[in-house]
Design a binder for this molecule. Structure first.
Ligand code: IPE
Ligand code: IPE
Ligand code: MG
Ligand code: MG
Length: 374
């Protein structure tokens, strides 16, 4: 952190025009310098001067609070059913970036608030996230998560779905414990929208005619909504007035959108050992994500029809050819640029916050959402 970026060309690319008021000062803060070894391991598609962003840069500020959140998570995993404990422990102990709790703590911290309710609600959003992952891996038939076999691969689909339900309902017990109607309203709305997003996505599988707008709607629902709720809850706990709360909510929504678009790029270009997930899961499920939509809209007729039939069929047979098409058409870079634009919108949404370490960490978190490898 705090190391000068080596390329002003990259700065121009990553800091869009409407963001120039932060200029070089911010670039110095948010961008870690490229590390040759990491770049060499990274995606061949990426520019050699691509910066490497690390989650630890913004997590260090709240390290002790994150420990408190982990303690809440452990305490609240308790169940009479040993299998619940085993599976919940299996997925939670395997790590995860804990970005949603971090977002909540940083938003509250930026408003000078911390403490018990923050830790409880940070654990709540991580439980909701974990429940969605358990369900999502069943739906996507994924076999690798956080560098380990998925819970569905290890314990079976039925157990994964049921423990996902357990985590969801435990999260609701905990939020009721906080005792604030507004908090319950935000989380009830968010979980409902997430479920709707997953259903919309299911309906869109194998649909090669999906528009960018329809794709973005699914992204906002299934992923960005929980980031939005996390940031909004931090603002509510911090006593924000409604305009400020909306600013934090917009920040979370744009950040979450950037995060999912980046995830969809990494599904074609990441390194499995860094990502902890298998590449190609999206194509296998016939998901029309932004890189594929780009090829179908901007590629040659041959490239477009290759991707169209791979999507309609699903499976992994055409994965190498599809990777070639997304790379040759610049689809990964185009999608990444969309993620960076969303990240810039997120940063704009909190631009009015007074200078603080929390504000800087929130800006870093938004940058990481788009430019990450894991
Ligand atoms: C994975 O989220 C699901 C998506 C929204 C892409 P994360 O990448 O935050 O998952 P963990 O918690 O770090 O494993
Ligand atoms: C995110 O979509 C799903 C959720 C919001 C739960 P993905 O299906 O792309 O997430 P990963 O890649 O499995 O983590
Ligand atoms: Mg998935
Ligand atoms: Mg994915």
């Amino acid at each position: 952190m705090g190391i000068e970026p080596t390329s002003s060309a990259w700065e121009a690319e990553v800091l869009p025009l409407n963001y120039t008021r932060f200029g070089r000062r911010l670039a110095k803060i948010i961008i870690a310098a490229p590390e040759g070894a990491n770049v060499a391991r990274g995606n061949a598609q990426r520019a050699p001067n691509r910066p490497i962003l690390e989650a630890r840069n913004f997590l260090s500020l709240i390290a002790s609070e994150m420990q408190a959140v982990d303690a809440v998570i452990r305490k609240r995993l308790h169940s009479e059913a040993p299998l619940v404990r085993e599976i919940a422990e299996y997925i939670i102990a395997s790590g995860g970036k804990r970005l949603r709790p971090a977002l909540l703590l940083l938003a509250a911290g930026a408003l000078g608030h911390r403490g018990h309710d923050c830790h409880e609600l940070a654990a709540v959003v991580e439980f909701i996230h974990t429940a969605t992952l358990l369900h999502d891996d069943v739906v996507d038939e994924s076999t690798l998560r956080r560098g380990k076999e998925t819970a569905n691969a290890h314990f079976g689909n039925a157990a994964s779905v049921l423990v996902g339900d357990f985590l969801y309902s435990r999260a609701f017990q905990m939020m009721v414990g906080v005792g604030r109607m507004r908090v319950m309203q935000v989380l009830a709305d968010a979980t409902n929208i997430i479920a709707e997003g997953e259903v919309l996505q299911l309906m869109n599988c194998h649909n090669a005619d999906l528009s960018v707008e329809e794709y973005l709607r699914v992204v906002r629902y299934k992923t960005a909504k929980l980031f939005e709720a996390s940031a909004r809850l931090g603002a509510i706990l911090g006593g924000a007035q409604s305009a400020l709360e909306e600013g934090f909510a917009a920040y979370g929504m744009h950040l979450g959108t950037a995060f999912q678009i980046a995830d969809d790029v990494l599904d074609y270009s990441g390194q499995e050992e860094e990502l902890g997930k298998s590449l190609g899961d999206d194509l296998a499920e016939g998901k029309p994500t932004l890189p594929l939509i780009h090829v179908m809209q901007h590629g040659s007729p041959e490239q477009a029809s290759l991707v169209r039939s791979a999507l309609e069929q699903g499976g992994r047979d055409a994965f190498p050819q599809v990777i070639r098409a997304v790379k040759e058409t610049g689809a990964l870079d185009a999608a990444l640029q969309t993620a960076r634009d969303e990240s810039a919108r997120a940063r704009d949404a909190i631009a009015a916050l007074p200078d603080s370490q929390y504000r800087e960490a929130l800006l870093q978190l938004a940058a990481f959402a788009a430019d990450r490898r894991y």
